[in-house]
Ligand binder design. Structure first.
Ligand SMILES: NC(=O)c1ccc[n+]([C@@H]2O[C@H](COP(=O)([O-])OP(=O)(O)OC[C@H]3O[C@@H](n4cnc5c(N)ncnc54)[C@H](OP(=O)(O)O)[C@@H]3O)[C@@H](O)[C@H]2O)c1
Length: 214
C-alpha cells in the first residue's frame, strides 16, 4: 500500500521503516524536513514531504504527532487530502503537565477521547485507533516468549479496521477489535498503564496480551 505518515518523531520513524520493510511505499510528513534526514539516509526507498504531501500520497495514513496538536496537524495535512481514507491514529492525549507517581495526565476525560474529537471534526475520515499503547521499540515484529501481543483497536468503519488489522498482522500482532470510536475512551488510557513501569522502574519493554478462554 501507499502509506503517508504524518509525523517525524520516534513512532513515525519506526512505523515508516517497518512499513518499508514489509514492502509498502512510504512518505513521511513533517514541517521540518531536516528532522528526517538521518531516517531518509537509512531508508532510501522512503520519501519525505510536508504533512499535506504525506496525506495526499497515502491510500492509508498514519497520524503520529504529539496529542496536543493532533487536530492542528490534520488541518495542516488538509481535510480534502484525507477524505474517505483510513487514518491510523496512534496519538495519545497526554497533557503537558508531568506525571504524578508515574501516572500521565491526560487533557481528555473518560467521557470523551481524543479520537472522538478528531472523528467529530473530520467526519469523512475513517479513523482507527491502534499502536498507541505500546512503546515504539516494540511496535514492529516484537519478540516475546509468551507469543504474539495484542493490539487493541477501535473505529467506526469495519473495512478500515480490516486494513489496520492486516498491517498489525504483518507487524506480528494479534488484533482485538473493541468496537466503535467511543472505545478509544478505554484504549487511550492503556498508554498511561503501559508507561507506569517505565516512569517508576525504567522498564519500557513490555506489551499487553489479551488471554481468552478458547
Ligand atoms: N513514543 C512512543 O513510544 C509512543 C508510543 C505509542 C504512542 N505514542 C504517541 O504517538 C504520538 C507521536 O509520538 P512521538 O514520541 O513519536 O513524537 P512526539 O514528539 O509526540 O511528536 C512529534 C511530532 O509532533 C509534531 N508537532 C509538534 N508540534 C506541532 C505543532 N504545533 N503543529 C503540528 N505538528 C506538531 C511534530 O511535527 P514536525 O515533524 O513538523 O516537527 C512531530 O512530527 C504521540 O501522540 C504519542 O503520545 C508514542
Amino acid at each position: 500500500m501507499k502509506v503517508g505518515v504524518i509525523g517525524s518523531g520516534d513512532v513515525a520513524k519506526v512505523l515508516g521503516s517497518g512499513l518499508l520493510k514489509h514492502g509498502h511505499d512510504v512518505m513521511m510528513g513533517t514541517r521540518v524536513s531536516d528532522k528526517l534526514s538521518d531516517w531518509a539516509k537509512q531508508n532510501q526507498k522512503g520519501k519525505v514531504g510536508s504533512f499535506a504531501d504525506a496525506a495526499r500520497f497515502g491510500e492509508l495514513v498514519i497520524l503520529a504527532v504529539k496529542g496536543t496538536v493532533a487536530a492542528e496537524a490534520l488541518r495542516e495535512a488538509g481535510a480534502t487530502n484525507l477524505t474517505g481514507k483510513t487514518v491510523i491514529d496512534v496519538t495519545n492525549p497526554i497533557a503537558d503537565a508531568p506525571p504524578i507517581n508515574g501516572v500521565l495526565k491526560f487533557f481528555t476525560s473518560l467521557d470523551e477521547s481524543l479520537m472522538e474529537r478528531l472523528q467529530r471534526e473530520f467526519e469523512d475520515v475513517r479513523f482507527v485507533k491502534a499502536f498507541n499503547s505500546v512503546g515504539n521499540a516494540s511496535m514492529v515484529n516484537p519478540q516475546f516468549k509468551e507469543g504474539k501481543p495484542t493490539m487493541f483497536i477501535c473505529g467506526n468503519d469495519e473495512a478500515a479496521k480490516k486494513t489496520v488489522s492486516s498491517i498489525a498482522d504483518q507487524f506480528g500482532w494479534e488484533t482485538a477489535d473493541m468496537g466503535k470510536v467511543e472505545a478509544a475512551r478505554a484504549i487511550e488510557p492503556l498508554c498511561m498503564l503501559w508507561c507506569i513501569p517505565g516512569f517508576l522502574r525504567n522498564d519500557w519493554i513490555h506489551v499487553f496480551k489479551l488471554v481468552t478462554k478458547t
